[in-house]
Structure formats: C-alpha cells, structure tokens
Design a protein around this ligand. Structure first.
Ligand SMILES: Cc1ncc(COP(=O)(O)O)c(C=O)c1O
Length: 417
C-alpha cells in the first residue's frame, strides 16, 4: 500500500450517498459477485441513451458525438489500469474476453506448445485455455500446495520449460480473498520466455491496478465489480496484442487495436458510462484531499489507499469473530487483513453453507454460498460435497454497522443450529 503522511478516514456516509442502490435496508455483502454503480455512471449511461444513441462511425454530427463518447469509455478504461491508447479491449465479460484471447493466441500456437493454469483460479481463466487442447496444446496445472492451501512459486518453476508459451494465474483468489504476490511470478514466467495472463477480477475493486508496474502481458477484470456497468476489460501490451490473431471480420486489419478483438463492437451505452467510474473516484479524491493530485496514477493511489484502510476497518471485527468462534466457523485463506481483501469464505461446523446464507437473509444481510465458479479450488479444499463455502464480500461502500449486523447474525446462527 502507498503510504500517505495524513490519510483521512473514508467519509462513509458521503460515499454511500453516491450510490442510489445503497438506499436499501439490506446489507449488500455479495460485491465480489457484482458491485452497485455510483450515480455518475448511471447518469452517463442515461445521457448517452437520452441524447446520442444513434449508430456510431458515421459522418453526421450526432453519430460523431456518439463515437466520441464510446471512445471516451475506452480512454477511461485505459486510465483505470494505467494502459496506453489501444491497449484495452472491452467486451461483455471477463469470461468472454478470455475466450477471445485464448482463441486468438491459440491460432498462433503449435501442437506441443504448453500453457500453465492453476487450480486456484476462477474457471474463466482455466477453461478458455483448456479448450486449446483440441489444437494439440498441452495444458499443465499449477496445483495448490497442500501445506499452505496456496500457490507456491517453486511448484511453478517445475512446470516451466522452453515449450511454455503462457501462464494463466489470478491476482487474487475470488473465493478466499488471498492476494497473490505476482512480481516474482511474472519475472519467472518472462525468464522462461512465456507470456502471463492475469485474472484481476477479484483484485481490482480493492487495489489500484497498474499493468505497467506489474509488467503484465495480459490482464482482465470485470468492470461491473469495479463500480461500473456490466462490461469486461482486457488489457494487453501492444506487442502482445499484435501477436494475437484478430477475432473480428477478416477484413479488419491485424494492427487495428483494440477493434480486431471487439467483434460486433462494444455495448455503446455501457462503454459511454465508463468515465463515470473515474468521475466517482475524482469526487472521492476531492472530497477527502481537497486538491487533485497531478496524475491519474497518483489520484488512483490516493483513492485506493482510502478504500483499503476502510476495508481493513470493516474486516477487523469479522476476522476477530472467526478467530474466537471456538471452532464453530472456519475461515479459509489468510486470517489477518494483510495479504487479503475483504472477501471472506468460511464454513460453519455441522451445517451447509446455504443454511448460513438463508439465516442471514432473515436479518436482511445478503451473502452468497457455493463454489463461485472456482470449482477446482473448492475441490482442492475438499469442500465440494458439502456445497462449497459461504462468502461475505465487502467493498469500501459497506458500513461498519452492516458488519456488526452480520456478526450478530452469525453469532445467533451458531447458537441456534
Ligand atoms: C476471479 C474471477 N475471474 C473471472 C470471473 C468471471 O467474470 P465475468 O462475470 O466478467 O465473466 C469472475 C466472476 O465472478 C471472478 O470472480
């Protein structure tokens, strides 16, 4: 985390007022599934649809205005992750973008080339690569270390060879919320002459994504979990994207980035809403720091430092509760705030995860249960049979009072069962 001499506390009441959907009596703790959008995003989408929704790309002024707003959406997405112009592909979801990427890279691979996937990842960053087996590509699995229930870079070293072309790995485990230290992994992959494809879906709502500092080749995230509309974002280094076979019409040039990977174009009104995410971050910065920092990188550092500090405040009572539950609840993943985001997966002794979720619903607390499409991780943890885990996923707009309600609900559940 960036250190600031004077980091103010997040003004949670003012923050919540930016999100119309938070005017509900429910505590929303399924944010790793999807976050709600701030007013600024909704307003931009509404404005586009009310004033500009004609087909883009024509010469008449209204069409030019529509084209410009969609282009601004691409610029905002680039700013969000620190990419250069043309390096961000927008699409309907991370799953679809990873499919597109894998198919585009697959067209350039030879039988016997190798790809490494993990069994910690969401299926989106596994299944897309497994499909390449039909082309003779060999897929190897970097398995969880049974001692630590985490990924051990030494195990990756055993899997890399001159045949490895790509490693697909997560930046943060979507079930257990563990942050993965990527720097040594990226270095190892690059030293082997391979590319890295990082799933940042579970990371991006909580920390600033800086694709250049990471030296990522490819990076995906779901904008609808980062306070935006339902779109996915795929970053690729320019030279890496140029290597990928275009997935658009045959006459769209291979150098036409990002359009060669946006067949059918992006959903215009949603792309037009994307600058609303930055509008919101700008408001957060101004509200807490007064003046704006000189660069977007610094501004995003400030905003995410505020978010992280608040998230740690939210997490503390829940971590304490699990630690002192006398074995009634078992938290998966890191037991301290450092090394994790506030996505907390747990099991309750002698019950199934859905019973916990249903019990909390009686208190208007919304959590979720299941495998969260990280089915291999749930299998590796030995939790498939019992229906996976219960998962509480918080973001910066959650209120400490909501966490208190959740903890009370869990305590009552433990007493009653
Ligand atoms: C870590 C992770 N990767 C990928 C995905 C798939 O994202 P999308 O719904 O945008 O396809 C999810 C969705 O929950 C996720 O949590």
């Amino acid at each position: 985390m960036h250190s600031f001499a004077h980091l103010p506390a997040l003004d949670i009441d003012a923050v919540r007022q930016q999100f119309p959907a938070l005017a509900t009596s429910w505590a929303l703790f399924d944010n790793a599934g999807g976050s709600v959008p701030p007013r600024s995003v909704i307003e931009r989408i509404t404005r586009y649809m009310s004033t500009s929704q004609v087909q883009t790309g024509a010469s008449y002024p209204l069409s030019q205005a529509a084209t410009a707003q969609v282009a601004q959406g691409h610029r905002a997405a680039e700013t969000l992750v620190g990419a250069a112009a043309g390096e961000v592909v927008l699409g309907p979801s991370s799953t679809m973008l990873l499919r597109l990427l894998a198919d585009g890279l697959g067209a350039r691979l030879q039988p016997g080339d190798e790809v490494v996937v993990t069994d910690l990842d969401h299926e989106a960053n596994i299944g897309a690569w497994l499909r390449l087996q039909r082309l003779g590509v060999v897929v190897r699995t970097w398995k969880l270390d049974p001692e630590t229930a985490s990924l051990n870079p030494a195990d990756l070293a055993q899997l890399l060879s001159s045949r490895t072309k790509l490693v697909a790995v997560t930046h943060c485990a979507n079930v257990v919320g563990e942050l993965i230290e990527l720097d040594p992994i990226v270095r190892m992959v690059h030293a082997a002459g391979a590319r890295i494809c990082i799933d940042g879906v579970a990371y991006a709502p909580h920390r600033r994504v800086d694709v250049k500092a990471l030296d990522a080749d490819f990076y995906v995230l779901s904008l609808y979990k980062v306070y935006g509309p339902h779109l996915g974002l795929l970053y690729g280094k320019r030279e890496a994207l140029l290597e990928v076979a275009g997935q658009n019409h045959h006459f769209i040039d291979e150098s036409n980035l990002p359009y060669k990977l946006e067949p059918g174009n992006v959903t215009h009104e949603l792309a037009a809403g994307l600058p609303g995410i930055l509008d919101y971050f700008e408001w957060v910065e101004r509200h807490h720091f007064g003046e704006a920092a000189a660069t977007w990188a610094d501004r995003l550092d400030r905003v995410f430092a505020l978010f992280e500090a608040h998230e740690n405040v939210l997490m503390a009572p829940l971590l304490d509760f699990f630690a002192n539950s006398g074995g009634q609840f078992r938290l998966l993943g890191p037991t301290r705030a450092s090394g994790r985001v506030p996505t907390l997966a747990f099991t309750a002794e002698g019950t199934r995860p859905q019973q916990v979720a249903h019990a909390l619903e009686a208190r208007e607390v919304a959590i979720r249960h299941g495998d969260f499409y990280a089915r291999r991780a749930i299998e590796a943890f030995g939790l498939r049979e019992q229906g996976g885990v219960a998962r509480v996923s918080m973001v910066h707009y959650n209120h400490p009072d909501e966490v208190a309600r959740l903890v009370d609900g869990l305590a009552e559940f433990a007493q009653r069962k």
